[in-house]
Design a protein around this ligand. Structure first.
Ligand code: CUA
Length: 165
């Protein structure tokens, strides 16, 4: 191995520094690989908005003019939910156990966050965008939903509940 004295000072890299550089590149490559495998082999991707709506007119036209539950039959439901300062409309949703509910959620004013407890639903609710998630409720019980994006003085009052009977 060449010693520091035989090399030009600009070419010499401390062996420990070299190890750390190699480790750094390996870690970055590994993480990038994990990301690509997750995205393309397992199909884990950031949800894209279902569709766009005009937040100023959602109360007058379209499915959000009547927020709430639609019974599609066969244990399938759709829930249209509006977030606004500072409540969710509706505040309560009741379905029988075994139901599959597709949530369509949007905001009327500012950005909110929709977190459904005990279920894998955690979404940013952005005015103008509709977020769509499908959740199956097998176990009876209460599944609270609340706002987890600070949206002003009444942020902590933005809560509701899915009651599975
Ligand atoms: Cu809505 Cu915080």
């Amino acid at each position: 191995m060449t010693t520091p004295h035989e090399m030009h000072p600009d070419e010499w890299i401390d062996p420990y520094e070299k190890i750390m550089m190699v480790l750094g590149v390996l870690m970055l490559t590994g993480m990038m690989g994990t990301l690509l495998v997750a995205a393309f082999a397992f199909g884990i991707q950031v949800p894209s908005p279902e569709k766009q709506v005009n937040p100023n007119t959602i109360s007058e036209q379209g499915p959000f003019s009547e927020p709430g539950l639609r019974d599609l039959g066969g244990g399938k439901y759709e829930a249209y939910i509006i977030g606004q300062i500072w409540f969710w409309n509706p505040r309560e949703i009741r379905v029988p156990a075994g139901s599959t509910v597709t949530f369509f959620i949007t905001s009327k004013d500012v950005q909110h966050g929709f977190l459904l407890w005990h279920k894998n639903l955690n979404a940013q609710i952005v005015p103008g965008q509709v977020s769509k998630y499908t959740i199956t409720f097998d176990e009876p019980g209460e599944y609270p939903y609340l706002c987890h994006e600070y949206c002003g003085i009444g942020h902590h009052t933005m809560s509701g509940v899915v009651i599975v009977e």
